[in-house]
Design a protein around this ligand. Structure first.
Ligand SMILES: CC(C)(COP(=O)(O)OP(=O)(O)OC[C@H]1O[C@@H](n2cnc3c(N)ncnc32)[C@H](O)[C@@H]1OP(=O)(O)O)[C@@H](O)C(=O)NCCC(=O)NCCS
Length: 271
């Protein structure tokens, strides 16, 4: 793997101290808004979140069909994600949009927009941007206790593992979950754009804490991973959740032919 650059290795300040001023669950009322989630992205990305409470809006016929047979909880989360996506698009001037679903499960956005969706039982969010401004975007949310020790070796590269294991025991699971969430957000950003299925060992993440339960994430590719663009990657502790947001400015994007070359190179490398 490519080692994480020592120059960028921040001080190992315990999460608990850093998270002193984070937003707690009870400080936000249920419903739809964007106060927390919008901080995950630069200007040009519109983000909307749903924090449980009343049932999400009804799905359109096309959306119901694209979901297929699904348990009630899955249907509710799907609807919550679609509601956030629809409201984000409405803020971009597209009213009543239908957000389809590809065979590969990615959301299908009306042109000329890119976007991403994430959800859990009582929190959902979507981020949307115009292609003129942003090449691609990814968002993820995880419960901060989601990634237990048995998963660390699978989701973390050696330098990340070293970082996790150097933290006080009480902070390790949250740290591992932050890395996991960031990688999920990167996957959601990269796959719809470049059609590359990144693996957990393909990138290394380093968290840089900015206070107030927020920070940025340095992303480096590892080993045989394909060349990747420079990501704007951020995180936020929100109650029992960690949120991550990743975006690539349009002017940082490789030309379309470069994207295909990158994908070919990756497939050949994997073979
Ligand atoms: C696709 C994936 C990222 C979804 O993440 P998750 O934590 O399981 O679920 P979330 O609730 O956060 O997100 C689900 C949403 O992701 C979106 N999604 C699903 N597949 C997607 C894809 N291929 N590309 C982009 N977005 C996708 C969908 O909008 C989905 O919600 P919906 O089905 O209601 O529309 C995950 O299941 C996966 O396959 N990961 C691959 C391995 C990986 O992440 N590697 C990291 C490499 S750095």
């Amino acid at each position: 793997m490519a080692p994480i650059d020592d120059v960028n290795r921040g001080p190992r300040v315990p999460y608990t101290r850093r998270m002193g001023n984070e937003t707690r669950d009870e400080e936000r009322s249920p419903g739809v808004g964007s106060a927390g989630v919008e901080t995950l992205f630069p200007p040009g990305v519109v983000a909307v979140e749903w924090r449980g409470g009343p049932d999400p809006e009804a799905l359109s016929e096309a959306e119901i069909e694209s979901l297929g047979r699904a348990a009630p909880q899955r249907r509710r989360e799907f609807a919550a994600g679609r509601q956030c996506a629809r409201q984000a698009l409405a803020r971009c001037g597209v009213a009543g949009a239908v957000i389809g679903r590809g065979a590969d499960r990615r959301p299908l956005w009306p042109e000329p927009f890119v976007g991403s969706i994430a959800h859990t039982a009582d929190y959902a969010a979507a981020a949307v941007a115009h292609r003129r401004d942003v090449a691609s975007v990814g968002i993820d949310v995880e419960r901060r206790d989601a990634v237990g020790e048995h998963l660390w070796r699978r989701i973390a590269v050696p330098a990340e593992l070293e970082w996790i294991e150097g933290l006080p025991a009480a902070e390790r699971t949250a740290a591992a979950t932050l890395l996991f969430s960031a990688k999920e957000a990167i996957y959601k950003c990269v796959y719809p754009w470049l059609k590359i299925r990144l693996g957990f060992q393909d990138v290394a993440i380093e968290a840089r804490f900015a206070g107030q339960g927020t920070g940025t994430l340095a992303v480096r590719r590892c080993g045989a991973a394909p060349p990747l663009p420079a990501f704007d990657a951020r995180f936020r502790w929100e109650g029992r959740y960690v949120l991550t947001g990743v975006s690539v400015p349009a002017d940082a994007a490789p030309r379309e032919c470069d994207a295909r070359e990158v994908a070919d190179e990756f497939v050949q490398g994997a073979g």
